[in-house]
Design a protein around this ligand. Sequence first.
Ligand code: NAG
Ligand code: NAG
Ligand code: NAG
Ligand code: NAG
Ligand code: NAG
Ligand code: NAG
Ligand code: NAG
Ligand code: NAG
Length: 900
Amino acid sequence: MPTREGNTILIRLGIVLSVFLLLLYPLPSQSAVCSIDLGTEWLKVAVVNLKPGQSPISVAINEMSKRKTPSLVAFHSGTRLIGEEASNLLARYPTKVYSHLRDLFAKPYDVAKKILNSLYLNYQIVPESSSSRGVAVIETTGDGEQSYTAEEMVAMLLKYAVGLAEAHAKAKVKDCVLTVPPYMGVQERKGLLAAAELAGINVLALVNEHSGAALQYGIDKDFSNGSRHVIFYDMGASSTYAALVYFSAYNAKEFGKTVSINQFQVEDVKWDAELGGQNMELRLVEYFADEFNKQLETGFDIRTSPKAMAKLKKQVKRTKEILSANTMAPISVESLYDDRDFRSTISREKFEELCADIWEKALTPLKEVLEHSGLKTDDIYAVELIGGATRVPKLQSKLQEFLGRKELDKHLDADEAIVLGASLHAANLSDGIKLNRKLGMIDGSSYGFVLELDGPDLLRDESTRQLIVPRMKKLPSKMFRSIIHSKDFDVSLAYESEGLVPPGAASLTFAQYAVSGLTDASEKYAPRNLSSPIKANLHFSLSRSGTFTLERADAVIEITEWVEVPRKNLTVDNTTSASGNISVEAGPKNASEESNDKSQVDDGIGNTSINDNSTTDLGTEKKLKKRTFRVPLKITEKTTGPAMSLSKESFADAQRKLETLDKKDEERKRTAELKNNLEGYIYTTKEKLESEEFEKVSSSQERQSFSKKLEEVQEWLYTDGEDALASEFQERLDMLKAIGEPIFFRYDELTARPAAVEHAQQYLTELQQIIHKWETEKSWLPRERIDEVLSEAEKMKNWLNDKEDEQKKTSLFSKPIFTSEEVYGKIFNLQDKVASVNRIPKPKPKVEKPVKNETESTGEKSSSTNSSSEEASQNGQTAGASENSADETETTESETHDEL
Ligand SMILES: *[C@@H]1O[C@H](CO)[C@@H](O)[C@H](O)[C@H]1NC(C)=O
Ligand SMILES: *[C@@H]1O[C@H](CO)[C@@H](O)[C@H](O)[C@H]1NC(C)=O
Ligand SMILES: *[C@@H]1O[C@H](CO)[C@@H](O)[C@H](O)[C@H]1NC(C)=O
Ligand SMILES: *[C@@H]1O[C@H](CO)[C@@H](O)[C@H](O)[C@H]1NC(C)=O
Ligand SMILES: *[C@@H]1O[C@H](CO)[C@@H](O)[C@H](O)[C@H]1NC(C)=O
Ligand SMILES: *[C@@H]1O[C@H](CO)[C@@H](O)[C@H](O)[C@H]1NC(C)=O
Ligand SMILES: *[C@@H]1O[C@H](CO)[C@@H](O)[C@H](O)[C@H]1NC(C)=O
Ligand SMILES: *[C@@H]1O[C@H](CO)[C@@H](O)[C@H](O)[C@H]1NC(C)=O
């Protein structure tokens, strides 16, 4: 029942969306919105499609019709490969295939090296040389030893993903939402955003994975009758988290009516960023590696062979999957090392024993989130499982045991819930799409952030290091801090505590800024009568995507001074007093927005003096005024180390590199297509030539010579043609077609021509009847028009007879004397002529009426215009005319539909 409800909602949503878009863009607009879930192992794409007749939200499939694609990039023989293609190289060229790319953002080289080593990944990384970031970059061997940053590599994956979305939607993708695991830090999120920018993607927001899942969970449910706590437990390939989410409903006024609006709030999320399905696989890899080493009996350790390890890892994945449904599983790796095959089996029991500590660790995030919330397992409405690794039976039984439940909640698609939910968020954020089903989303910052100030003469007190974003602070939010200071200073942003930083982070600090202009401003205003100490106001932004930045800073200078103001004729305004009653500025010290300087000056002068010259005579008077000056300060980012973003130059460089690769890919695709066309042509043509029918239309000599040509080109295809250019394939295809087409044409005409001739004869017979009818029943038809048709018919008849005679005398091996196309052309011509005569209307008898009635006169007019336009139009048959009118009614119908 709930799913059916969900479906109809989605369908309704689709209809609403498409109508909405039609209203916005009268011409059919071709843009779609998508979400991308880029994980360590897989990437998934969901599309919000506004085209009518397609399901509004769906998962995009890849070129292998799979719903998820390996998150891999490879470079081999100068060619870049992504996804499935890269995956195919994994066993043969493990060092040329790059994985875990998302996890390399902002990682110091040594940290990255350690991660890769622990996973037996042997691709080459080096410290970035073009910057002082100290991050790891990937050095490719299959691409002339280029190096690529994590941003560049991920940009390739994202661009590929958008390509899938566009192919699926058959439309351009305008906006995207990208999902991120909750533990992703500020600099990693910035890295992902930079990658998306490199890929030319307009990112509406990053969204935490658990929020995506919560959206998908809540969109088809109603919480007005009861709120609930749900925990989303996600174990993916490389990480695990548990998120506590509160679903509820509140009442709101909408168009004067009270409606209930569903919403959810993420209350907490805890994770283990280094525990996932791949850890279980690694246990199996170690186990089998030992076993194989023993079998080898040479003392050699296959762990030192990247190729062997890659093969073993690939097979182990399968073994683990089999163990999820069976108590025993085999493993079989052909030629694992040194031409020796490896075969073994493992029981589920043994597997569970190997992973004993993993099961315990897996519960930790769940325990923590419960403990922190003070809720008991009974208070939790559901613990929904997502992520591929939650399919492992032992993990499920551990969870059941801990929760004291017989059944676990598996209402969501373990693989696709996140990406589907994220696409709802994308639709919600994208312009021009109105979700007809509302679900409010409140997510919070995964990390707490502190603000640190540093600079000359800065008092060291509790305000120089203060918590500015507490954990789970609502996204997005703006913050404001005011400090009393008169010299330039530095601002650092850091994670709240050592114990809670993104995995592998080099330091607590993730951003540093120099704030300048304050010293100058202070000096400039120092001689003035300052009414309060100079302040610097700092404006921070916690974005929807979970990044945190210092956005803006300004100096605030308050001065009290006597100013000359024109004296006014104050007979009306009786609140005169020299000291003036201008204590506007009485706000608290921390108040953010004082009215600014300009408006106060306006207030002082007033505008009565303009009308009345006499007031100038009164002279001026002095007033004590309080004025506030705001001076924008300059913010210079000076973050150092791995948390640094790509510099402008590196970014431009990266764009160029990626563009070159894209062009190469395009060329490769075109070449492959042309090569395929040529191969296909040769294959089908050879088959045709061998069939008997073609003996009728070609001499054996002709066929033999053509066959030889085909052989030659085929030979070339598999030798020199292996790496030929697109143009070379095209040239050969054109050459072959020039020989082949005439033969196939003759063959087709063998049946088409007689059919056409018969058709013509039939029509000529019919025509006789038509003319007879004209002569007997339509006396008003002009004789010369009928004769014209008769003569045309005669001409055609003669032409047919001549051509047929000639054709009979001609060999079927040579070019036909006439073609079926010519015959049909002649028939159509004649039919046209007949139709135009047919339409000559019967003249209306002239009715003599003294008063011309309007309705009658318009009737006459329309009939006369009808006939004249029909005569003018060449192929205006009656059918054509009725088609026209059908068109008209259709357009008016769709117009009214639009307006709905
Ligand atoms: C909510 O509760 C009321 C009364 O208990 C019931 O009539 C209504 O059908 C419920 N609505 C939903 C959506 O469950
Ligand atoms: C959708 O947008 C509304 C209005 O901006 C917001 O209140 C709500 O939280 C959003 N919901 C989702 C799922 O993004
Ligand atoms: C300076 O400001 C104070 C009030 O803050 C005022 O009493 C005093 O007259 C001002 N002095 C000058 C020189 O403007
Ligand atoms: C002030 O204005 C009043 C009328 O508004 C006028 O009668 C009076 O003469 C004016 N005084 C001066 C000094 O201009
Ligand atoms: C100002 O004028 C108003 C009437 O316009 C009067 O009620 C008020 O008492 C006057 N105030 C003074 C200080 O003269
Ligand atoms: C200033 O205005 C306040 C209220 O607006 C009034 O109570 C006070 O008497 C005024 N002071 C002078 C000097 O007019
Ligand atoms: C006001 O004074 C200006 C010069 O100060 C003069 O040009 C203008 O004509 C005067 N207007 C009236 C209405 O007297
Ligand atoms: C035309 O004839 C109709 C029906 O006879 C009549 O209702 C109408 O008023 C006439 N129109 C004029 C302009 O005379």
